[in-house]
Structure formats: C-alpha cells, structure tokens
Design a protein around this ligand. Structure first.
Ligand SMILES: [Zn+2]
Ligand SMILES: [Zn+2]
Length: 252
C-alpha cells in the first residue's frame, strides 16, 4: 500500500485521503491527480469509504482531467447510500456532469460505473479481497478489511466491528485507524464523529491483542504536533506508527 494522502486536511504539507493498494486499485480519492499523474489511467477501481469531501475531492476532477485518454470505465465502489450521495450532490449535472451517463470517447462504455457494496460481504476487487463493514462516522460510511490481513477503519469514531474482527480473526495483523483532533477538541470530535488520542485510548481497551501493528492516519494537519505530543503523554506513541504522505506498508 502506498499512501498518497494520509491527512484529514489539505495544506501545503499534507494531502487528503488516498491509499493505493496497487496500480489498479485505490481506497479513497482525496489525492489522485497530483500524486499519480498519468498513472491515474492505470486505475480500474476506486473504493470510496464515504462521501466527505476529503475522501472524494479528486474523483470528479480526475475523471474530467483524464477523460480524453481514458480507454476503459473507472469503477467506483461504495455502499449504495454513498453512491446515492455522490449522484445527488456531485455527479448531478449541476455541480459536475453525470459521468455515469457519459460514454467514454472511444465508446467503450460509460465513463464511471458505480458498484454498490453490501456490508460484511466478501468481494474480489482487482487483486484484492475486500470486506466492507459499517463504522460510526456518517450515513452509509464504511471501513474495509483488506486481504484478510489489514483492517482500514477510515473515519470511524466508535469502532465496535473493528475490534470484533481483530479479536476474532488472528489472520488480521494490521490496523489503520484515524485520530483527527487533539483531545482538547473532544466536543468537535464527538460531533463530527472522529477520534482523539484519549478516545482512541478508550477504544483500545476493547482490543484483546497486543500483536496488532497499529497505524494512525487522518490527522488534521494543523494539529499534528499537538496530537503526537498527546500520544506521547498518554503512552500510546510507542504503540503506534504515524502515517505520512508517501508512507508505504506491506499488506499482510
Ligand atoms: Zn475524512
Ligand atoms: Zn469523514
């Protein structure tokens, strides 16, 4: 996995959520154009965890930017709820054209093909086995279990299913989980359904294993130093690895 964007805010120094599994498949579309350039044309599959802007920002623009060179449809996978949100609010011919009804320039099908995912079902997408599951962030939002090895929570807030998977399946060895705000922003975190270091520490009480490699993502970049200092203060820093743009992880 190559992290194209590890953060929950876009700044001069931080990019929005995008996690390249291999050249054909990516999770979230926060940073695809600047990071991939023309390699965007190699992508077959874009898995969207939810419709928040930091996870979809480059989806409409990349389709437009590369339209004339696209030779095959871009498959967009998400829950039906999230697909409906994207169709109603982005690809609605008002904010942006409905590329699911616009043929490719070579007439090889329509430009975007949406695929609805159901929670807890196993899918083969590109070269990966993917199981979507509900997190507690927004309507229809999901995390993914990847290759029966890694749990990717996306923006999650509370984590019930995440801990169930990890406690009950010893094949799972890796966890990517968000920490978005420092604990001093607890009210904002709870209202916007995000984790802080203290909320994560509380959640981790439900994890009954100590052999999980834990990666932290989705920090709001302006609070990065504060979050890291706090993780140190509450003795979590040594237990986790902070992800940055361009980090790489071997899945499995
Ligand atoms: Zn987000
Ligand atoms: Zn979100």
């Amino acid at each position: 996995m190559k992290i194209l964007g590890a953060f929950g805010s876009k700044t001069k120094n931080s990019q929005l959520s995008a996690y390249l599994l291999d050249e054909k498949t990516v999770i979230d579309a926060g940073n695809l154009i600047q990071s991939l350039g023309r390699d965007f044309l190699k992508l077959d599959n874009i898995l969207i965890t939810h419709a928040h802007f930091d996870h979809i920002a480059d989806l409409p623009t990349a389709i437009d930017t590369f339209y004339s060179k696209l030779e095959k449809p871009v498959n967009v996978f998400a829950t039906q709820e999230v697909i409906d949100i994207l169709k109603e609010n982005i690809f609605n011919n008002k904010v942006w054209p409905d590329f699911s009804k616009i043929p490719l320039s070579n007439n090889n099908g329509n430009t975007i093909v949406f695929h609805a995912l159901e929670f807890f079902k196993d899918y083969t997408i590109g070269n990966f086995r993917i199981k979507p599951y509900p997190n507690f962030h927004t309507f229809g939002s999901c995390g993914y279990v990847i290759n029966d090895a890694m749990v990717f929570t996306s923006d999650t807030f509370l984590c019930y299913h995440t801990w169930d998977f990890l406690n009950n399946n010893k094949n799972l060895k890796q966890l990517i989980i968000e920490v978005s705000f420092p604990s001093s922003f607890n009210r904002l975190a709870v209202l916007s359904k995000h984790l802080t270091p203290l909320l994560l520490k509380d959640e981790l009480k439900a994890l009954q294993r100590d052999d999980i490699k834990i990666y932290i993502n989705h920090m709001k970049y302006e609070y990065r130093d504060a979050i890291i200092n706090e993780l140190k203060e509450i003795d979590l820093y040594d237990r986790v690895t902070i992800l940055n743009d361009d980090s790489e992880i071997e899945i499995g």
